[in-house]
Design a protein around this ligand. Structure first.
Ligand code: GUN
Length: 291
């Protein structure tokens, strides 16, 4: 059997198309949704992600108030910029690209963003509201994964979902969303402290792999027909590419594609969905100002 490849690029384009229509409607009411993406420093992966976000903003017709700050920006300067954006009614979303340089306290920065503008869904108020099922900005990557499963028509109710990774950005929140009544999975979280991981992953109907390491999930670790969502983005040297690298996920795609029923590619799977859901959240934030 060969798996069906889940086309995240196409699903993301369709989400952006829906967002673009609603942006056009809002503009007729005098509101232009606006996002400020703040990048500190020159981390090449972050620069690339932020470029993708800015491209999407232009495509859906939103205003872009992004800032690229030097590596040596102080925590105090960054907090002042966030405070100004918090107070600016024309800005509906604020996103600070992570990771930040070591001299800046990420927690402090996340907490400084007004929860009403926290379109990343990282502020404890949004995390808490998500946890108890109240309205909240859902974090973009986990939300994108749920949307991909839904759009692809994958049955989730009663299925055993195994999540590899317990980060605040992906592993923890996606586990909560998978276990919600609407999705209705039984969820197991694996992490670096997990013993006999393969025994657990072989029981999975759905696997979400967000370990941050290539080759985390191999063909022998899954049962036939499993659904594989690969969240990893790893740069590995490749002299045949102009950039000198290519992207691979956390899963051994070539192995797994023979066993799975559905699998996301890297690139072109989860990545584009993250950006699409960011546009969705920014639109929602702007729409709230009407209410
Ligand atoms: N770094 C990696 N993923 C993300 C994300 O979703 N949001 C932010 N702000 N930083 C990230």
């Amino acid at each position: 059997m060969s798996a069906q490849i889940i086309d995240g690029k196409a699903v993301a384009a369709s989400v952006r198309g829906d967002v673009a229509k609603k942006v056009a409607e809002l503009k007729t009411k005098g509101i232009t949704p606006c996002l400020a993406v703040i990048l500190v420093g020159e981390n090449p992966a972050s620069v690339s992600y932020v470029t993708g976000k800015q491209k999407a903003l232009a495509e859906v017709g939103m205003a872009d108030r992004s800032l690229h700050l030097p590596e040596n920006t102080s925590e105090e300067e960054l907090l002042k910029i966030i405070d100004d954006l918090n107070k600016d009614d024309s800005v509906h979303g604020i996103l600070v690209q992570l990771p930040l340089p070591k001299h800046i306290d990420e927690d402090k920065v996340i907490m400084a963003i007004r929860p009403e503008k926290d379109v990343d869904g990282f502020h404890p108020v949004n995390v808490g509201n998500m946890m108890i099922g109240r309205p909240a900005f859902l974090p973009c990557t986990p939300h994108g994964i749920i949307k991909l499963l839904e759009t692809t028509g994958i049955e989730t109710s009663g299925k055993h979902a195994v999540v590899i990774g317990r980060s605040n950005i992906v592993g923890k929140p996606v586990s909560i969303l998978l276990a919600r009544r609407e999705t209705n999975c039984t969820v197991t979280i694996c992490h670096t402290g997990t013993k006999n991981m393969a025994e657990i992953t072989r029981q999975a109907d759905i696997l979400v792999v967000a370990s941050g390491h290539p080759h985390t999930l191999t063909g022998d670790m899954v049962k036939d027909g499993a659904v594989i969502i690969d969240v990893g983005v790893n740069r590995i040297p490749d002299s045949s590419k102009k950039s000198g690298f290519r992207l691979i996920g956390d899963c051994d795609f070539d192995d797994l594609v023979e066993k799975a029923s559905f699998i996301t590619p890297v690139p072109g799977g989860v990545g584009p969905m993250t950006i699409a859901m960011l546009m969705f959240n920014t639109l929602e934030s702007a729409e709230r100002t009407l209410k």
